[in-house]
Ligand binder design. Sequence first.
Ligand SMILES: [Zn+2]
Length: 363
Amino acid sequence: MCKAILGSPQSPVDIQAKEIHQRIITIDTHVDAPMYFGYGADIGKTNPVMKVDPNTVGMTDKPGNTPYLLKVDIPQMIKGQLDAAVMVAYLHQEARTKAASQEAVKKADAILNKLTKQIQQHSDIVGQARNSDDIRRLKKEGKKAIVLGIENGYAIGKDLKNVQKYADKGVAYITLSHNGDNDICDAAVRSKQEHNGLSEFGRQVVREMNRCGIIVDVSHTSEKTALDVVELSAVPVIASHSACKGLCDHPRNISDRAMKAIADKGGVIQVCFYEYFVKKNGKATLKDAVNHIDYIVKKVGIDHVGIGTDMDGGTELPDMQNATDYPKITVELLKRGYSEEDIAKIWGGNFLRVWDAVQKAKK
Ligand SMILES: [Zn+2]
């Protein structure tokens, strides 16, 4: 018999992982697939190879010479038994003049509208989830769920009214900054520490996000910003895609202090699988990424950890190339002794608990 026809043999733990994925809700809370819309990417289809310039993806749609295959789309989510993905409208931090800020708002709107349109065009296999019940319902219907997110509060521009507008579109979270300070707060990298954490406008933004039921995301922000946000927010906050500084000393990673503050308020840290964030020296693998899950569990407990890979935002590990590989994370967790109940919390239960709490508290 030919192995290529049969596929690779499955061990008992592989089969166990697949069965667990059928029973639990799995959600990746940070996917950047919309960055590739300008190259023709369609999340509802198997995409052809695109030609991109990796240095300018998300900043311009000018094609480059590097072949790129989208890592998360519905066909790959089906193969990888991923129920839901938060797909974000990413904004590169540009100038903060009034005109540039208005452009940022327009760009975010355009990306979110395009994402919503693609979801509608493929309504036989996918739906937009505006809350955790939608995700569960879609799973029962045999469909995948896409949740809208925004990466960089630059998308709010200088007008607080945009927060309610994004809530109305179904945006689950807004990452307050990207790389570089903005009007809201100081960032983790490319920062001049100009606000010493959250600015006065940033404080208004956090309060408004609380009021509108949008989760505040502190990934990419400075430690001081994260601590300010946790103190101010009336509801739990998240880091949608962050690895741990205590394991890998990178400025983008989350400190033990910020991690504890987030957990103390009931929030969750969703582990980013980006190679340079998970391992300092040498080639990172899936095991190195899962070490960060272990680390968070050890420091703050099983109720405060999740998965936000940053696929299509630069994440690619030799043994986790795209969404079809996600059951391998579950296999690794099983091998490390995690129970199905633990795995359900990590793969979505914890994030959904926070999302429910934030939506319940909206006014
Ligand atoms: Zn990011």
